[in-house]
Design a protein around this ligand. Structure first.
Ligand SMILES: Nc1ncnc2c1ncn2[C@@H]1O[C@H](COP(=O)(O)OP(=O)(O)OP(=O)(O)O)[C@@H](O)[C@H]1O
Length: 266
């Protein structure tokens, strides 16, 4: 069997003495599209940061193409990051650079390509996100949905083998959200990138992901196909999918004293 592009083996991670993730095990195959879901604070972004190499697991291994990221030297880490595109929540563009220069930025930073070639590549990337013709505009002249698409064009500027999305749909209207979701899916298929997306948007992600990893209290409680997840009988997943205010993720803060004690009526 082919080596998975990313594999986590018994990974545990803590910020200081506060455990965030434990017993994390999964494999992501080349070209797969994984949605990481779970309630707020369950450790989704932390999982992405382990994959980027921004943080290192205290236990277990994060393997990239079968090699432990903790053992990467500077050059290997650079190569790994160069091979990776990351789109953050608001996909912030450089406000003082034009759309063209925003998309050209990674090419100018990381390659020695001549400007004529950069020009053609920028136009092709903007064309891929349906925005050829806006290259001369400044970010302040774009709508929120267009900005996110330009950020996506910049993310794929170097044809990354791995694409990480951290809540890419946040703040978008339903139409822009649909556009970004369809682009993200098309890019995954066209470039055969391995894609990992942290999201709260259940319907979109179940439509486009081939694999779902569901986190609760720092552990994986489900890893499998979107179809299998929708059939799962789990109070955690049920609360998340149906947006229930109370459930395993409690509505009430666990106060030490009772209400009667606080009101002095005990
Ligand atoms: N740099 C940090 N130092 C200390 N604690 C942190 C740090 N970053 C995150 N945390 C804590 O780790 C926990 C997991 O955070 P993380 O951002 O991974 O959760 P998440 O599932 O992505 O949440 P959300 O859906 O709200 O973005 C949270 O309780 C958070 O407060």
């Amino acid at each position: 069997m082919a080596t998975p592009f990313i594999e986590m083996k018994d990974v545990a991670f803590a910020y200081g003495d506060r455990p965030i993730l434990k017993n994390i095990n999964f494999k992501l195959e080349q070209g797969s599209f994984t949605a990481i879901m779970g309630s707020s604070g369950s450790g989704k972004t932390t999982l992405l940061r382990l994959i980027t190499g921004q943080i290192t697991a205290q236990q277990g291994q994060v393997l990239i193409n079968g090699r432990d990221i903790a053992k990467f030297n500077r050059e290997e880490l650079y190569h790994h990051r160069r091979n990776m595109g990351v789109l953050f929540q608001f996909g912030a563009l450089f406000t003082d650079l034009s759309v063209f220069d925003n998309v050209a930025y990674p090419m100018r930073e990381h390659t020695d390509l001549p400007e004529t070639m950069i020009h053609d590549l920028v136009i092709m990337k903007l064309n891929a996100v349906g925005l050829r013709g806006v290259e001369h505009l400044m970010p302040s002249e774009l709508s929120g949905g267009m900005s996110r698409r330009v950020a996506l064009a910049r993310t794929i500027a170097l044809d990354p083998a791995l694409l990480l999305y951290d809540e890419p749909f946040t703040g978008l209207d339903p139409i822009s959200l649909g556009v970004i979701a369809s682009l993200v899916s098309k890019i995954n298929k066209a470039l055969q990138t391995t894609s990992v997306m942290v999201t709260h948007d259940i319907q979109q992600s179940l439509d486009i992901a081939s694999h779902v990893v569901f986190l609760a209290h720092g552990e994986i409680i489900f890893s499998g196909s979107p179809h299998a997840m929708s059939k799962l009988d789990s109070p955690w997943v049920n609360q998340f999918i149906h947006g229930l205010a109370d459930g395993p993720v409690a509505f009430r803060y666990p106060a030490i004293t009772t209400l009667q004690q606080d009101l002095d009526i005990a």
